[in-house]
Design a binder for this molecule. Structure first.
Ligand code: ZN
Ligand code: ZN
Length: 351
C-alpha cells in the first residue's frame, strides 16, 4: 500500500445522517492511488467482442433489419432498463417503495433480461457503492477516474477491500427471498431463456426476421446500450456536475446523465436521500422511471412510495449544499416572503 491516499469525501455528522435516513458510516476509508488492479483478460476479450457486436448490431439495424425489429429493439431497451432502474435499484436495493407480487415478478424478469447479474450481486454491489462511495471498498470507485468507474471496474480483479466488505455486507433481505435466491442459483439458465432466446425468437417467429438481424439488433444493441446508460451514472454523475444538496460527497447532479438515462442524473440528490423513490425532488417531471412508478402506484401495483419532504430537502441543502444549492435556498426564501406578503395583502383586502 502506498502513501498516495485520497481522503474520502463523506459527511461526518452522524445525527444529521440519521435524520435524513442515510446509512451512518463508522469507518473512514480512502482510495490508494498507488494500487494497481490486475486485469482479467478473459473479461477484456468478452467486452471487446460485446462492443464489436454492438457496432454490427447498429449497422444491421440501419441497413438490413426490418422496421418491426428496430421497434422491438427500442421496446426491449426501454423495459430492460426499467428492470434495473425500478426493479434492482429503487425497488429491490433501496426499497423506496413496496410492490405487489405481479410487479415484483415482472421487474425481476426484466432485470434478468438486462443481463446485469443476479439481484443478489447487483444489490450487494450497490449497497457497497452507497456505503463506501468513492473509496477502495466501492466496486466502481469514481476517485480512480472516468474509465475505471465507467467500465474498467468490470475488467479487473476486485480490490481486496471490495472483496472483504462484500463478505460482510448485510444481504439478509435478499437471501431470505426465495425468488431472488432462485434467480441467483439458476441465473445463467434463466438469462439464456429470457435474455437471449426470447428477444431473438420474437422477430424470427412473428415477422420472419433473419437470425443474424434478430441476434445482433434485438440482443446486442439493447444489452450493450443499457450497460453504458447505467455506467453513465457511475462515471459522469460521480465526476462532473453540481453538488446542490450536499457538497461533502462526490456524486453530482449531472445534466448529461439526466439526458442519457431519461431522469437518473440527480445523483447528488440520490446519495443524499437514497431512500427517495423519485431519485430527484421533481416527481414525474424527474424522469421516465418516476412517471412509470407513479403509474404503477395509480393502478395499485406499487404502494408506500417514500419521498423526502421539501422541508427536509431544503434544510439539508441550506446546511450542506454548494453554491447552486445556496442560490436555490435564497430563491425559495424570497418566494416564500413574496407569498407571505401577498397573503397579508389579501387578508387586508378582506377586512
Ligand atoms: Zn453513485
Ligand atoms: Zn442507489
Amino acid at each position: 500500500m502506498g502513501d498516495a491516499k485520497k481522503p474520502r469525501d463523506q459527511p461526518d455528522d452522524k445525527t444529521e445522517k440519521e435524520e435524513v435516513g442515510e446509512e451512518v458510516l463508522d469507518e473512514k476509508l480512502d482510495t490508494d492511488m498507488n494500487y494497481r488492479h490486475k486485469y482479467l483478460w478473459r473479461r477484456v476479450l468478452i467486452h471487446v467482442l460485446l462492443h464489436i457486436s454492438w457496432f454490427i448490431g447498429i449497422y444491421t439495424a440501419i441497413f438490413h433489419a426490418k422496421v418491426a425489429t428496430n421497434l422491438w429493439m427500442l421496446f426491449l431497451g426501454f423495459w430492460i432498463a426499467e428492470g434495473v432502474s425500478l426493479g434492482a435499484h429503487r425497488g429491490f436495493c433501496h426499497k423506496s417503495f413496496k410492490m405487489s407480487a405481479p410487479l415484483k415478478i415482472f421487474l425481476l424478469i426484466l432485470q434478468t433480461m438486462s443481463g446485469q447479474n443476479s439481484i443478489f450481486s447487483w444489490v450487494r454491489d450497490h449497497k457497497l457503492h452507497h456505503k463506501y462511495s468513492d473509496t477502495d471498498a466501492d466496486p466502481h470507485n469514481a476517485t480512480r477516474g472516468f474509465f475505471f468507474s465507467h467500465i474498467g471496474w468490470l475488467l479487473v480483479l476486485r480490490h481486496p477491500l471490495v472483496l472483504e466488505k462484500q463478505r460482510q455486507v448485510d444481504m439478509s433481505d435478499v437471501t431470505s427471498d426465495k425468488l431472488f435466491m432462485f434467480q441467483y442459483r439458476y441465473f445463467l439458465q434463466i438469462y439464456f431463456v429470457l435474455g437471449v432466446l426470447f428477444p431473438v425468437s420474437v422477430p424470427m417467429y412473428f415477422w420472419n426476421e433473419t437470425l443474424w438481424s434478430s441476434f445482433f439488433v434485438a440482443y446486442f444493441v439493447p444489452y450493450v446500450t443499457n450497460l453504458h446508460i447505467i455506467w453513465t451514472i457511475n462515471s459522469f454523475a460521480h465526476l462532473w456536475g453540481s453538488k446542490t444538496y450536499d457538497k461533502r460527497i462526490k456524486p453530482k447532479q449531472s445534466l448529461f446523465a439526466w439526458i442519457v438515462t431519461a431522469g437518473e442524473g440527480g445523483h447528488n440528490y440520490h446519495h443524499t436521500f437514497p431512500w427517495d423513490c423519485r431519485l430527484s425532488e421533481y416527481g414525474r417531471m424527474g424522469g421516465l422511471s418516476s412517471t412509470l412508478l407513479e403509474f404503477f402506484n395509480y393502478v395499485g401495483l406499487a404502494y408506500d412510495l417514500k419521498t423526502a419532504s421539501p422541508s427536509v430537502i431544503y434544510g439539508h441543502m441550506k446546511r450542506h449544499g454548494d453554491a447552486t444549492g445556496q442560490k436555490r435556498c435564497i430563491e425559495a426564501e424570497r418566494r416564500r416572503e413574496r407569498e407571505d406578503l401577498m397573503e397579508k395583502w389579501l387578508t387586508t383586502l378582506d377586512c
